[in-house]
Design a binder for this molecule. Structure first.
Ligand code: ADP
Length: 500
């Protein structure tokens, strides 16, 4: 096993990885940009090294600085987390060249699966169904338009280097093609330094269902089952669950076999995710491989009882996977919500700032993977993911009830969060029935809401009580009473904050 691991990341995922290191008895090394000096991952790591100014291109994306920190700290491995350099083959190569183990797939596997078009080509060779469209990037917009006409609208223009929903444009008619092409290619160039595009048939109301795989260096590839990630805002996942409400044992087996075949064809080693779109007939189509740990990995951990980060580390250290996938039976149901510092009243715009206070939900079946603490200022420079709140229960119903209860316990002051969005989704009849698709949330959010959608009648009553209570306190201060009620008052303040 490794002696010391550098974590080339920040936020909740850096904390998640260093917790695994701590449990394994491996020393952990954090890196941090100037603005992250007081961040939680820096505080919790055994050692920490500065790597430059706040912009990620000057710090978390600087291969040279990260390798240098790893050498100075005498690390024998680097875990990249997700995002930043996690799927950068040059980084994996730089690690190998420095005699440091990269905890992830080989650079060659990353390259053969990394771009969307090379992944599609590999999928076709491995006889995995892909979304209809082009297998190669298309150079000229005229050629692409002829292809789109042949395939029939709607089509989706997608960036070859795509990720995070960037460089993607829906085209519903010939007249929209030229401007959509311009927008998609310039967005792709900005985001990835690569303007190349390709085309996919736009599937109407599909579900996003993905298979978690693990592959060791000795030829064993296992599927840990699926995650349903259809609740998305603008193509970005916000809620994930396992198992999927619609996946039958037969479909799970078929999708798993496809995912394992693809991983083998790509010479894949370590943890990875094979993403699919699934239509109303339960036909599935390969979308892409994410050659890294996913944000939503905890739901798989909760239903399988496995620790994916420790398994990633063990695989990178050359250990064999101690189980076959036929032996894995998911138990119960898990669901994750991504809590962001975002302003729901301002189109979910990032809402960084100082966290003044926070109450963490606990109790049966609740897990919180987080990277923040009260008194810390959420910086403007990065993705504003604060925490992932995960619930586990014996059934989907129990899991949703626990998640709702936990969201009611969760409170933060100083910044705005998207917690209210989840309170709303978790009471929507379609969601409760599991009748969701990738456009479901965007369609829900485009409908007008009244505030009652967010707050139950009991909460409204509590709010009124809290307002009256505040008025009484201001009129006649009663120190003894106030002290006795401080704990309750905190909860009521939360209601006030939420409703203000
Ligand atoms: P990215 O890597 O940029 O996140 P993906 O290819 O993983 O892009 O797709 C993200 C989401 O975009 C999917 O989960 C789905 O909601 C939507 N999407 C992508 N391709 C299609 C398609 N061909 N038809 C319909 N929706 C799609």
């Amino acid at each position: 096993m490794f002696r010391k691991i550098l974590i080339a990341n920040r936020g909740e995922i850096a904390v998640r990885i260093l917790r695994a290191c701590r449990e394994l008895g491996t020393r952990s090394v954090a890196v941090f940009s100037d603005v992250d000096r007081p961040a939680l991952h820096v505080r919790l790591a055994d050692e920490a090294y500065p790597i430059g100014p706040a912009p990620s291109r000057d710090s978390y994306l600087r291969i040279d600085k990260i390798i240098d920190a790893a050498k100075r700290a005498h690390c024998d491995a680097i875990h990249p987390g997700y995002g930043f350099l996690a799927e950068n083959a040059a980084f994996a190569r730089a690690c190998a060249d420095s005699g440091i183990v990269f905890i992830g797939p080989s650079p060659e596997a990353m390259e053969s699966l990394g771009s969307k078009t090379s992944g599609r080509q590999l999928a076709q060779r491995a006889e995995v169904p892909t979304v209809p469209g082009t297998l190669e990037p298309i150079e000229k917009p005229d050629e692409a338009q002829i292809f789109a006409q042949g395939m029939g609208y709607p089509v989706l223009l997608k960036a070859v280097a795509g990720g995070g929903g960037k460089g993607m444009r829906l085209v519903s008619a010939d007249s929209e093609f030229a401007s959509a092409w311009r927008d998609a290619s310039s967005e792709a160039l900005n985001a990835f330094g690569d303007a190349r595009l390709y085309l996919e048939k736009y599937l109407i109301h599909p579900r996003h269902i993905e298979i978690q795989i693990l592959a060791d260096a000795h030829g064993r590839v296992v599927s840990l089952g699926e995650r349903e990630c259809s609740v998305q805002r603008r193509h970005q996942k916000v809620i994930e669950e396992a198992p999927s409400p619609i996946v039958t044992p037969e479909l799970r087996r078929k999708m798993s076999e496809s995912a394992v075949r693809l991983a083998r064809a790509g010479g894949y080693v370590n943890a990875g995710t094979v993403e699919f779109l699934v239509d109303a007939n339960l036909d599935y189509y390969f979308l892409e491989v994410n050659a890294r740990l996913q944000v939503e990995h905890p739901v798989t951990e909760q239903v399988t009882g496995l620790d994916l980060v420790k398994l990633q580390i063990a695989i990178a250290a050359g250990h064999r996977l101690p189980f076959a996938w036929e032996h894995i039976t998911p138990r119960g149901h898990a669901m994750e919500v991504r809590l962001y510092a975002e302003d729901p009243d301002n189109n979910f715009f990032p809402s960084p700032g100082k966290i003044l206070s926070r109450r963490m939900p606990t109790g049966p079946g609740i897990r919180m993977d987080d990277g923040v603490y009260p008194g810390w200022t959420v910086p403007n420079d990065y993705d504003p993911l604060l925490s992932k709140l995960v619930a586990w229960g014996n059934s989907r119903e129990e899991t949703i009830a626990r998640l709702r209860r936990a969201l009611d316990e969760f409170a933060v002051t100083g910044i705005k969060t998207n917690a209210g969005l989840f309170r709303r989704i978790l009471t929507e009849p379609d969601f409760l029935r599991g009748e969701i698709h990738t456009r479901w949330l965007d369609e829900l959010l485009s409908r007008p809401v009244c505030s009652a959608d967010f707050d139950s009648g009991a909460e409204q009553a509590a709010l009124i009580a809290a307002v009256l209570w505040h008025a009484a306190q201001n009129a006649a201060p009663a120190p003894q009473q106030a002290a006795a009620s401080e704990w309750k008052l905190e909860g009521r303040r939360r209601l006030l904050d939420r409703n203000s």
